[in-house]
Design a protein around this ligand. Structure first.
Ligand code: NAI
Length: 501
């Protein structure tokens, strides 16, 4: 082993957590190797089966929506519009493949070897370094040696036996985003109205599919702001997505013509569902989007003294170190909030701490802080949020004996939004009445995911609501939504009737 090349850092998994960490560590001059199951997986869920392919389809869906709903008002008569789903999928595949090549190029440029195969921790310690095996789909197992290891293996769609996922008619989001899924169904049932369910519900409804959604909780996208949920609910109603909430889906089966989902009311106790009144929903296909399972299996974590629990690989949230000193874990595999940008942020923290512990790099130890973690949902209208919701803020204020102010501004009152025919939605910003610090923001409407970034910057750096309002925003822009919403925190929005607080 002594003759073997020793890497400073070995990273298992090349998603937005893993490849980001590899590039970051290489920027600091570390000698890095990355392990990925197969070339088709380079870039992970985000690039291949998640953020990127869905957003490519969202573009087709959004353009169709604009042609149908907005173009005539803008004097553009398109006539009969044909939609070729296979063509949209081909474009989506091209986007995915170009990005994958881009990631490969970046890793090559930074001289980071990519080892294709299943990575596993075989042994070692922080003092001696670690041995990691790489088992390719075909061919010989090889071994790498590294001073530190980052586990970034991600997650996969959750499979429930009762849902009989056959990957043909009863599908996961991976199946729907497979490069060969090119036939548009006439109808689909979506189980779970969370982020994935709602994004696909919107896409396929805009493509003309008859969409039924079944959700266990009383609300879709339940963690979002109450008024945001209401707005999306209304839109889904208007466009004809049939959303059934408080539905406990008991089973899904294939039938001769398609699929059938059987539910009962979610209030029925689990041991009484057999005798409960049943409801059935039939369609051509079914998408199961009820959350994701963490890929923790066979990584060798527990053998080396690390812990895996229901939420994934257990880490010190602040340092990202696992129970094995010198081994870090980031992103979806550690559970919690599963977002690509959170995985990349975790990666920055893990790299800083790993390299600092080795010594000799221009890094310093860092502690993670997730107070300002924006989230986005690419439905139409789009949604962005950061920090806490109004109800949470009110409760916290009550406990502290303080007060909050909420500013709210509607797209319909903004000049640029009118010009863009994008008048739906609003932005709200919540601030502590005493300190004027921003506690959270939610936005639904045109460009919401982009607008929320400005508020995130303010929150991260302690820029108060007043200061955010004392910034010059270019006119006419959609970014003025932030200006008006934040000025409304003090009742000072220019384009809204209100009283100064
Ligand atoms: P999710 O946790 O967001 O939603 C799952 C939904 O399914 C929940 O509303 C839950 O109540 C419901 N559900 C669970 N079991 C059910 C049952 N038996 N019957 C009916 N409903 C049931 O999970 P999702 O949508 O699968 O997304 C997975 C992860 O991927 C999330 O953490 C999400 O944040 C992330 N993601 C992020 C995106 C973005 O940033 N734009 C896009 C897509 C996914």
């Amino acid at each position: 082993m002594s003759e073997q090349e020793v890497f400073d850092l070995i990273i298992i998994g090349s998603g937005p957590g893993g490849y980001h960490s590899a590039l970051r560590a290489a920027q600091y001059g570390a000698k890095v190797a990355i392990i990925e199951k197969a070339p088709s997986e380079l870039g992970g869920t985000c690039s291949n089966w998640g953020c990127i392919p869905t957003k490519a389809l969202v573009k087709s869906a959004h353009l169709l929506e604009e042609i149908h709903e907005i173009a005539p008002d803008l004097g553009i008569m398109v006539g009969n519009v044909a939609f070729d789903f296979a063509k949209a999928v081909e474009r989506k595949n091209k986007v995915v493949s170009e990005l994958r090549t881009g990631i490969e190029g970046l890793l090559n440029t930074r001289k980071i070897p990519i080892h294709y195969g299943f990575g596993k921790l075989e042994g070692g310690t922080i003092n001696e370094g670690f041995t990691v095996s790489v088992t390719p789909k075909e061919g010989q197992k090889t071994f790498l040696k590294g001073k530190r290891v980052i586990l970034a293996t991600g997650s996969t769609p959750a499979l429930i036996p009762a849902f009989n996922i056959d990957h043909k008619k009863i599908l996961t989001s991976d199946d729907i985003l497979h490069s060969d899924f090119k036939t548009l169904p006439k109808s689909m049932v979506i189980i779970g109205a969370g982020v994935i369910g709602c994004e696909f519900g919107n896409i396929f409804r805009r493509f003309g599919v008859d969409v039924t959604m079944l959700e266990y909780l009383p609300n879709m996208i339940a963690t979002e702001e109450r008024l945001v949920i209401k707005e999306l609910n209304n839109t889904f109603d208007e466009i004809g997505v049939k959303l059934h909430v408080s539905q406990n889906v008991l089973k899904v089966e294939t039938t001769e013509t398609g699929v059938k989902a059987t539910t009962c009311d979610a209030s029925v106790p689990r041991d009484q569902t057999e005798s409960a009144e049943k409801f059935t929903y039939e369609a051509d296909i079914c998408l199961v989007s009820i959350g994701r399972s963490k890929l923790t299996k066979d990584l060798g974590v527990e053998e080396l003294g690390g812990t895996i629990d229901r939420s994934g690989i257990v880490v010190n949230e602040k340092t990202r170190e696992t129970g094995i000193p010198g081994v870090y874990a980031i992103g979806d595999v550690t559970g919690g909030i599963m977002l690509a940008h959170k995985a990349s942020y975790d990666g920055d923290i893990a790299v800083a701490n790993a390299l600092t512990s080795i010594g000799g790099f221009d890094t310093h130890a860092r502690e993670a802080n997730y107070r300002v973690l924006p989230a986005t949902i690419f439905t139409s209208p789009e949604i962005g949020s950061v920090g806490i919701r109004e109800n949470q803020a009110k409760e916290m204020a009550k406990e502290k004996g303080s007060k909050i102010y909420t500013g709210r501004f509607y797209y319909a009152s903004l000049g640029k939004a009118k010009c863009m025919a994008a008048e739906q939605g609003f932005m709200m910003i919540i601030a502590d009445a005493e300190t004027d610090l921003i506690l959270g923001a939610s936005c639904i409407g045109h460009g919401a995911p982009e607008l929320i970034a400005t508020v995130s910057v303010a929150m991260e750096h302690g820029i108060t609501a007043s200061k955010l309002g004392h910034t010059i925003y270019s006119h006419p822009t959609i970014s003025e939504m932030v200006l008006e919403a934040v000025e409304d925190v003090h009742g000072m929005a220019i384009h809204k009737a209100g009283r100064r607080r």
